[in-house]
Design a protein around this ligand. Structure first.
Ligand SMILES: *Cc1c(COP(=O)(O)O)cnc(C)c1O
Length: 393
């Protein structure tokens, strides 16, 4: 019964790995869903002699299942799970030392920016935000002490596309680590290690979990040294996910491929609708042929994702009106789950960056296009947009 269901794990397809990797049937009972392991401590044979587990901060069977499964989806040698995406990011930043410098995207996730600016900058870690879609910009801000380039692609909320392979080659020539926040794409649409990244981070709160009911984070890498350090920090700093949270993410990823396919087709239709509406000044979706990152996205992704941003002709008043009047698109932060969400980055997710170089256009709206019936989604948006002022503010 404990026979692994992945005789040739390396070659099993994505969906197969999402459903089976790390989760063979329970050897004791044959249960096809391995039991969630709530124990905090594990009986030892004799003093200092234990089985695989001793204490659940250091290791827990449900967490191991999750780490095995997610590492397999990123085709990574190592996976380490955390209590949130930001706990995962914080562990990655601990790879750096006081005096080191990092380059981050100029539209990084607001919480990533806050972590760099308010937690790590005071602790002696320098950083510079830059437009990472341009190697010239990266060259301009590069310092002797630059040790890390932090990529987010597609980025949040502008959905700009960074060429992972090009940036990784540039950074590696200069001895820096390349980290990719792969939250927006998910491993189904993009596998950054394949393009030369050293480390992948995820907020599993988003597409991996996929149901708006669990907060989690994840780090994947092929680098043994990086993995050892991240694993050490996981135990030493203790930002670990609980077993129930691990179970919920494991359950979520079983349908990741199906969900991402539908997120992509729904988002493409939404982007097309927005492109043709008079209240909309511009649409940011990497699947649109006129998106500046379209060619790179085509190359490094297998689909364009479920996130769509757009700017209203009527600026902030029109954006607030659309956010207020949509109904199926629920006004809320977060993204990547079955239900469609709408938000105003300037006042919501990116408020922590409002006075920084990372401030976003107040007329911008971000949509997380969910899995409801497409016709209902389009009708809801059309009604909300028809009520928006099409005049300049
Ligand atoms: C949500 C998010 C994070 C932070 O993850 P949490 O799970 O909320 O801590 C990091 N990066 C991106 C792109 C995100 O969307």
């Amino acid at each position: 019964m404990s026979r692994a269901r992945l005789p040739d794990a390396e070659h099993a397809g994505f969906e197969t790995r999402a459903i089976h990797a790390g989760q063979p049937p329970d050897p004791a009972t044959g249960a096809v869903v391995p039991p969630v392991s709530f124990a905090t401590t594990f009986a030892q044979e004799s003093v200092g002699e234990h089985h695989e587990y001793e204490y659940s901060r250091s290791g827990n069977p449900t967490r191991t299942a999750l780490e095995t499964c997610l590492a397999s989806l990123e085709q990574a040698a190592h996976g380490v799970a955390f209590a949130s995406g930001l706990a995962a990011e914080d562990a990655v930043l601990r790879l750096l030392r006081q005096g080191d410098h990092a380059i981050i995207p100029n539209d990084a996730y607001g919480g990533t920016y806050r972590l760099f600016d308010k937690v790590w900058l005071p602790a002696g870690l320098g950083y510079t935000p830059a437009d990472l879609t341009s190697l010239d910009r990266i060259r301009e801000v590069w310092q002797d002490r630059t040790r890390m380039v932090w990529i987010e692609t597609p980025s949040n909320p502008l959905l700009s596309i960074i060429d992972i392979e090009a940036v990784a080659a540039f950074a590696h020539e200069r001895g820096a680590l390349v980290v990719v926040d792969n939250t927006f794409a998910s491993p189904y649409l993009q596998q950054p290690l394949h393009w030369g990244a050293d480390v992948v981070v995820h907020s599993s709160t988003k597409y991996l979990g996929g149901h708006s009911d669990v907060v989690g984070g994840f780090v994947a890498t092929d680098d043994d040294e990086v993995a050892t350090r991240i694993r050490f920090v996981q135990n030493a700093a203790g930002g670990v996910p609980g077993p129930m949270d691990c179970y919920l993410v494991l359950r979520g990823v079983k349908t990741l491929a199906l969900r991402m396919d539908r997120h992509c087709t729904n988002a493409a239709a939404v982007a097309e609708l927005l492109s043709g509406h008079p209240a909309v000044a511009s649409v940011l979706y990497p699947g649109l042929p006129d998106h500046p990152g379209h060619q790179v996205a085509r190359h490094q992704m297998t689909g364009y994702g479920g996130m769509v941003s757009f700017v209203l002709v009527g600026g902030e008043p029109a954006a607030l009106e659309v956010a207020r009047s949509s109904s199926l698109f629920t006004l809320a932060e977060s993204l990547g789950a079955v239900e469609s969400l709408i938000e105003h980055p300037h006042r919501m997710t990116h408020a922590s960056a409002a006075d920084s170089p990372l401030a976003v256009d107040p007329g911008l709206i971000r949509l997380s296009v969910g899995l409801e019936t497409l016709r209902d989604l389009l009708a809801d948006l059309t009604a909300a947009l028809d009520g928006a002022d099409t005049r300049l503010p």
